[in-house]
Design a protein around this ligand. Structure first.
Ligand code: EPZ
Length: 419
């Protein structure tokens, strides 16, 4: 198993370019089932994307990934389509469940493995199935698989999600595209990644309107079979490197290929802590500041503070004077990084869903273990500021969602290597 070795450094500086968003690319790859010829640009070369491509190939689509250009071309010539998403692929990449909506919409049936849980929670899909049933799908669970069908096609419906779910919103959207009549989805997730999916579906010919948390979809008679799309930048990768800069970029670090307007809420919160952020049209310049203020934060659906930045923020708050609190309101078990950070000297206590962080504390390098994607990157941030050497095990978690992480950091003077 590969490891990362990080030597605590005194300073980061230079430029980092942000990659395409994994969480926008995954539903858009699932949506490509609905088209015939798709060209997608700014695809991040990360493990979850490769697994989703493997799933599309298994279903019967032809894919061509041009790695050096971050472009993928996908052809669905409708020959030998297998409406099955097998356990071996879905178990490692839960977003595989997103092909359910597309397969149902286009082929009126699907057999998709239940994704199962992961380190951060049980990750149920009841809200996905709730919406698909409302659209007229017959759903059965058998031997760990979701068996779904809609012999006469799906029928538009009024659906109000009992709670906000990114994946359920995406699956319902993908299914509703070909449902007869009109579908209204209420209490939807409205992350920028969902807006990117809506943009892609509109290029396909879908008639979609988003207002507040309500998405209305009219059946689209004609699907444009050939489209191209550029994936939005990864706002979580951006937030991660902004926090790294706040910790170590004494002279400022420029982060480009982004649109600061999309992460206004994250920027506002980081500014509230006292991070100096200069915004330009397609970049931000972030500087380390010594007057960071403690803060109490609760993770929320967009536009609230994202749960995917919770672990990274926690590392920053170990360096802030006073007691800060982070309440994790989205996932039931997303504090797996805390025991590892405590082994590096962090003073963090967990009370139910809240982490209480006492700062500033000096972190010292240690051998630690990654448990999930965002927890692992928080250990990288901790290693960058810790004294001596940190060894991070199980970095396959990192490779699921961060493109060229060590190269991007090395180019900013970090001492980091993979063995
Ligand atoms: C997406 O996961 C992201 N993954 C997650 O990012 C992100 O943390 C999450 O949204 C929240 O923003 C992708 O986009 C591929 P949810 P998703 O459905 O769709 C509960 C990362 O690090 N729920 O919004 O699975 C669920 O258990 C990953 O990139 C149900 O109860 O998240 C959770 O508590 C991690 N029933 C809450 O809703 C359901 O049917 C929010 O989950 C679905 C979800």
């Amino acid at each position: 198993m590969q490891k990362l070795i990080i030597k605590g450094c005194r300073e980061l500086g230079g430029k980092i370019s942000i990659s395409g968003s994994k969480n926008a690319a995954l539903p858009i790859l699932a949506a490509s089932i609905l088209a015939n010829k798709v060209k997608i640009k700014n695809i991040p070369l990360v493990k979850d994307i490769f697994t989703m491509i493997e799933l599309l190939n298994f279903i019967g689509l032809k894919t061509k990934l041009i790695k050096k250009k971050n472009i993928i071309e996908i052809i669905n010539n409708e020959k030998k389509i297998n409406t099955l998403a097998p356990y071996k692929l879905v178990k490692t990449m839960r977003a595989g469940v997103l092909v359910l909506g597309s397969l149902l919409a286009k082929y009126k049936k699907a057999k998709v493995s239940l994704p199962g849980g992961c380190a951060i929670g049980t990750r149920p899909v009841d809200l996905h199935l709730f919406a698909l049933k409302k659209l007229g799908a017959k759903i059965r669970i058998k031997d760990g698989y979701i068996l779904a069908e809609a012999k006469k096609g799906l029928i538009g419906a009024n659906i109000k999600f009992p709670s906000i779910s990114v994946g359920a919103t995406e699956n319902a959207l993908l299914a509703a595209i070909k449902a007869k009549g009109k579908t209204i989805l209420k209490n939807c997730a409205i992350e920028p990644e969902i807006k990117d999916l809506i943009l892609f579906l509109k290029k396909l010919g879908a008639n979609i309107k988003l207002k507040g948390r309500t998405i209305s979809i009219k059946e689209s008679k004609k699907i444009n079979s050939k489209i191209s799309h550029q994936i939005i930048f990864d706002r979580i990768e951006l937030g991660t490197y902004m926090i790294a800069s706040a910790l170590l970029a004494k002279k400022g670090l420029t982060i480009n290929k982004i649109d600061p307007k999309i992460i206004r809420s994250e920027i506002d919160i980081l500014k509230k802590i006292g991070i100096s952020i200069r915004q330009k049209k397609n970049s931000v310049i972030v500087k380390k500041s010594n007057k960071l203020k403690k803060i109490n934060i609760t993770t929320k659906p967009y536009p609230g503070f994202p749960t995917d930045l919770q672990a990274q923020l926690m590392v920053l708050l170990t360096q802030v004077n006073g007691i800060s609190k982070i309440r994790e309101d989205i996932f039931e078990n997303r504090f797996m990084h805390v025991p590892e950070l405590k082994r590096m000297g962090a003073q963090i206590e967990i009370k139910e869903k809240t982490a209480i962080i006492k700062g500033p504390t000096k972190l010292t390098g240690a051998e630690v273990m990654a448990t999930d994607l965002r927890a692992s990157v928080s250990l990288v941030l901790a290693g960058l500021i810790a004294e001596n050497r940190t060894i991070i095990n199980r970095i396959y978690h990192l490779d699921r969602g961060y493109e060229f992480l060590e190269n991007k950091l090395k180019n900013c003077k970090a001492k980091i290597k993979r063995i």
